[in-house]
Design a binder for this molecule. Structure first.
Ligand code: FE2
Ligand code: FE2
Length: 329
């Protein structure tokens, strides 16, 4: 059942409003602005019908406050007279749904309330559906990565650390938070192209022959093919294609250099190497973070974007890298 808050300092008006909506709704009533603010601070409401002219706290103030504390709730203003200034304030500050002049036609107000609540319900359903869809595709990415796990030396903990290192480094260089979170998720797919690399090459204990290297180096573009052409995976394709490019143009597969390599791929490259250095692999012991960063600095402007080298070091100094490593070790 929806909850309606009705507000008016005139007891007769308040009684009329309460009576006309009692059936079918839970009614909360306030006999003035102050009482309305108290209710808005403590109870969740779906729709507010509020008188404009009240002593001390008027309708504009109540509805503006409602917009701040319960933005989802629908706001309807009742006005006894056409006061242009307060109407404008209501539209601009309180983002009201509708204003209704006194005396109102009961059926009209009823219909307004019904329609408004219908659109509120629809919006809520859409929000739930969007959230479900969002978590479904996020899980799909993780599932795909887990399915690919075992093909390579990469483990799911490597992928999770790459995810959060990527996210943190992206935020550090000014990428907007939402975009950085998405980039973090997409970074997990950087080596998905290794699904197409034969096991004899991926798991070969010794050095690869020149021919085997040629095949190994196909994994960035194999990843791009696996990731298809859905716009949602655009960043993942950038990362897959570009995570073995070097800043000085000596990498593969396209010998891109500098900012021609997408920022997403430059970020994933540096954190991928950082994580490989700082974790145990079949052929090596883990390096301390300081040593790994020193090594990365040696390759600044050669393999890595120098700006990112500096920012990664800062993330080490402020403890971010250690925190992520502990959470996903
Ligand atoms: Fe790779
Ligand atoms: Fe990796």
């Amino acid at each position: 059942m929806h909850t309606l808050l009705v507000v008016d300092d005139d007891p007769d008006v308040l009684a009329t409003l309460t009576r006309s909506f009692r059936k079918g709704y839970k009614i909360l009533s306030a006999n003035g602005g102050e009482a309305a603010l108290d209710i808005l601070n403590t109870e969740s409401v779906d729709l507010i019908i509020c008188d404009q002219r009240m002593p001390n706290v008027d309708g504009v103030k109540v509805l503006t406050h409602a917009f701040i504390v319960q933005p989802e709730a629908i706001r309807i203003l009742l006005t006894g007279y056409a006061d242009m200034e307060s109407l404008l304030a209501c539209v601009n500050d309180a983002h009201i749904y509708k204003y209704v002049t006194k005396p109102w036609i009961p059926d009209d107000l009823n219909l307004t309330v019904v329609r408004a609540l219908e659109s509120l319900d629809l919006q809520r359903q859409l929000d739930i559906a969007r959230q479900q869809l969002e978590s479904a595709y996020q899980e799909t990415v993780v599932m795909l990565c887990l399915a690919a796990e075992g093909k390579d030396q990469d483990t799911s903990s490597h992928l999770h650390r790459v995810r959060y290192y990527t996210q943190a480094l992206a935020i550090a260089v000014g990428v907007e938070e939402k975009e950085a979170i998405h980039l973090g998720l997409m970074s997990m797919l950087h080596d998905i192209g290794k699904l197409a690399t034969p096991d004899e090459i991926l798991k070969k204990p010794g050095k690869l022959t020149d021919e085997e290297w040629v095949i190994m180096k196909e994994h960035p573009m194999a990843g791009v093919r696996i990731l298809g052409n859905n716009p949602f995976y655009e960043v993942a394709r950038e990362v897959s294609a570009g995570h073995h490019e070097n800043f000085d143009g000596t990498g593969y597969p396209n010998q891109l250099s500098g900012e021609a390599i997408p920022l997403s791929a430059r970020i994933v490259k540096i954190v991928d190497v950082f994580d490989a250095l700082t974790t145990k692999r079949p052929y090596k012991e883990p390096w301390p973070m300081v040593a790994a960063l020193e090594n990365i600095e040696l390759h600044s402007a050669k393999m890595f974007d120098p700006k990112l080298v500096v920012e990664l070091k800062k993330l080490f100094e402020n403890g971010t890298l250690e925190r992520i490593n502990e959470l996903h070790g």
